[in-house]
Design a protein around this ligand. Structure first.
Ligand SMILES: Cc1ncc(COP(=O)(O)O)c(C=O)c1O
Length: 373
């Protein structure tokens, strides 16, 4: 079998080693005579996998003491609602930073929940320009000015559709906020080391950098979670999942098992330092090729905000973009079409995308520009 060069934005390619391990263990997990999928989530075989996934994540991300790691369900979109449900209390508001479409979605859900409570959600920083179909985001924001009473400030560390990412340059920091900082890291979780202590809560759908869809990771300060409301259904209270080690109800066991396999692969391959080095090299190759053919390829994003996870660019015409996608497909390079709301090309270069794949893609890009420019 020859594996496709899969540049999908999510669900995305997974490390071959993690999939092969699943294949090997599928029918007979740990000599139990059954698949991990068929095990009770309360049994010791599954529990070992569950706890290994949590401890691998703690180790790789250097999660500080006082922080919890949770495996939840419902995707990042459910977090858009769960966060305001938990943390908006009398006299407070939700504060949102908008640097792309996903931040807008989080804000919209924040407004809906706030209205149910008779409260509000506000935009405290945005890099958006234009309206409707012409709305565009080509950079992050430098600073966040909160008003008194912000229950939290929510930002999206990497905007998957617009290709705009915070803190990309080596040593670059996230802007600080005068309220607990919450980040949707769905599309750049674990792309490099991170100072978790700067955040009160981080969440990510697993299906881009760390596993299959169906698992949502939350890393959060215990003290912050403890402040969450107690008058909402138990299943939506973070404390319920903390108190039950993410085993309050049946978790997505097979998904968590695969996350374990991906995290084990990440550790064996050299941890976050190695992933970061590879991600930077992939970005150098791609943006170098785009800028090196400036009359043909054009990345709309400001250099300092260019994402190393979702590289977006345009060609001189939509017809050429279609041709690019279809010719790439003939060479088994798939998932390159930009999001339907913005068009163009998008190369998702998550952790499991190898430098070799990007070398192959950039060679294709150079040849395509030469033949069609
Ligand atoms: C940054 C970001 N946030 C949220 C989501 C929504 O995630 P889910 O489909 O897991 O709800 C996505 C999905 O692509 C995303 O890229």
């Amino acid at each position: 079998m020859s594996r496709a060069l899969n540049f999908n934005p999510g669900p995305a390619t997974l490390p071959l080693a993690a999939l092969e391990r699943a294949q090997k263990e599928l029918l007979d997990f740990a000599g139990s005579g059954m698949s991990v999928i068929e095990h009770s989530h309360r049994g010791k075989d599954y529990e070992a996998v569950h706890n290994e996934a949590i401890s691998l994540l703690r180790e790789l991300l250097e999660v500080p003491a006082g922080y919890e790691v949770l495996f939840l369900q419902g995707g990042a979109s459910t977090q858009f609602a769960t966060i305001p449900m938990n943390f908006l209390t009398a006299g407070t508001h939700g504060a949102y930073v908008l640097t792309g479409a996903w931040g807008e979605k989080a804000f919209s859900e924040g407004k809906t929940v706030a209205a149910l409570y008779g409260l509000s959600a506000k935009v405290v920083a945005t890099s958006g320009t234009g309206d409707g179909k012409d709305k565009s985001y080509v950079r992050v924001v430098d600073s966040i000015a909160t008003e008194p009473g912000a229950a939290y400030v929510h930002l999206t560390s990497n905007e998957t559709i617009h290709g705009v990412q915070f803190a990309v340059a080596p040593g670059a920091e996230f802007p600080t906020a005068n309220a607990p900082l919450i980040a949707d890291m769905s599309s750049d979780f674990l792309w490099k080391k991170l100072d978790v202590s700067k955040f009160s809560l981080i969440y990510a759908g697993a299906q881009k950098n760390i596993g299959p869809s169906g698992v949502t990771i939350v890393v959060a300060k215990r003290e912050f979670l403890d402040k969450g409301r107690k008058d909402i259904p138990k299943i939506f209270q973070y404390r319920t999942h903390v108190e039950n080690n993410s085993l309050y109800n049946t978790p997505p066991t097979f998904g968590i098992y695969l996350v374990r396999n991906v995290l084990a692969w990440a550790k064996e391959s050299g941890g976050l330092a190695k992933l970061e080095a590879d991600n930077r090299e992939k970005g150098r190759l791609l943006y170098g090729t785009i800028d090196g053919h400036a009359g043909f390829y054009k990345c709309p994003v400001d250099v300092a905000s260019r994402s190393l996870m979702n590289v977006v660019f345009r060609l001189p015409s939509e017809a050429l973009e279609e041709k690019f996608v279809s010719e790439a497909k003939k060479q088994r390079m798939v998932g390159l079409k930009g999001h339907r709301s913005v068009g163009g090309i998008r190369v998702s270069t998550y952790n499991a995308v190898s430098v070799a794949w990007i070398e192959q893609l950039t060679e294709f890009m150079k040849a395509f520009a030469k033949a069609n420019g």
